[in-house]
Write a protein that binds this ligand. Structure first.
Ligand SMILES: Cc1cc2nc3c(=O)[nH]c(=O)nc-3n(C[C@H](O)[C@H](O)[C@H](O)COP(=O)(O)OP(=O)(O)OC[C@H]3O[C@@H](n4cnc5c(N)ncnc54)[C@H](O)[C@@H]3O)c2cc1C
Length: 273
């Protein structure tokens, strides 16, 4: 039986595959706080199909570098790199493209990936490595509870699309503005609750309260992804109080208020050790 990648997770580290170069095919403001960037080019053309929901490491290019100089820097281990983790929203093996949705956040000028996406235009480029495997593929429960914020919308969208159509339950998705709602391919029995949290740089407890107010069935799986504090609270609830198996559920903090991704990775590692 497949196990869902969750925390805690201890794996033997494999050597990292090389960074490749992707070119922006299109960049559109999907909703007020989400930028959809379609990536292509020769390196992406061989992309493995059907990996919606998988992780992708991106390497944000320094402003001054030409495409050729940037491409050369990707294989230069001594060159400093800005690496961030994103999700494959969808991939198109026929066109040779992959799509990434970037949640935009304030203030502008302090977040390399978000700032890059905000102004991305056709012909721009970035480095990437991946994708990983899909995160949740083993659906065994009758009822599901899901939580995501805007950074986890692509991942939760893929999980909802992959679920058996007979699945029932609740999804609580936190968005920055009411117009950030997206059409998701979800089973009819999953009730999607959109929660507006206008300032993601401030903590939010509404998803925690809504989820803890639910009565829980015997056969339950959860996916909880988003800001660290919310995910940590719900991780304690589901794993320690409810007693769910961490290997059969996907619970993963994607970012933390006040921390850059590198700092957040260090915190996550210290929590696992
Ligand atoms: C497995 C995984 C998959 C992910 N997939 C996606 C994805 O598909 N789309 C996506 O948008 N994000 C995704 N994220 C989250 C993304 O990696 C982080 O938001 C990351 O910090 C963005 O990098 P940055 O350079 O914009 O900001 P950083 O330089 O990392 O951070 C700068 C500042 O911005 C703050 N910040 C970061 N993200 C947000 C936010 N969303 N709202 C408010 N403040 C924020 C930080 O707390 C920090 O203070 C994913 C993370 C993981 C671990």
């Amino acid at each position: 039986m497949n196990q869902i990648k969750s925390i805690p997770r201890r794996e033997v580290k494999k050597p990292k595959p090389p960074l490749k170069c992707a070119v922006v095919i299109s960049s559109t403001r999907l909703t007020p706080n989400m930028q959809r960037v379609v990536l292509g080019g020769p390196d992406v053309a061989g992309f493995t199909p059907d990996r919606a929901g998988a992780n992708l490491k991106i390497c944000v290019p320094p402003a001054a570098l030409t495409p050729n100089a940037f491409r050369a820097s990707l294989s230069d281990n001594s060159a400093a790199k800005i690496l961030r983790t994103f999700t494959v929203q969808s991939s198109d093996p026929v066109r040779g493209t992959l799509t990434v949705d970037f949640a935009l956040h304030e203030p502008v000028g302090h977040a390399p990936a978000g700032d890059w996406a905000r102004t991305a235009k056709p012909g721009d480029f970035l480095g990437y490595r991946g994708p990983s495997d899909k995160k949740m593929t083993n659906f065994t429960a009758g009822t599901y509870i899901l939580h995501a914020d805007m950074t986890a919308l692509p991942a939760i969208g893929a999980i909802l699309a992959d679920m058996p159509r007979t699945a029932a339950g609740h999804a609580f998705i936190e968005i920055t503005h009411k117009d950030d709602v997206q059409n998701l391919d979800a089973p009819e029995g999953i009730k999607i609750n959109w929660l507006v949290h206008p300032d993601p740089s401030k903590p939010s407890t509404q998803a925690i309260q809504a989820i803890k107010a639910l009565s829980l069935p015997d056969s339950l799986q959860v996916a909880v992804i988003g800001e660290h504090t919310v995910v940590a609270d719900l991780r304690d609830y589901f794993l320690k109080q409810v007693g769910l198996d961490p290997l059969q559920n996907y619970i993963s903090p994607y970012w933390k208020i006040g921390l850059k991704e590198d700092e957040h990775q260090i915190l996550k590692k210290s929590e696992r050790d």
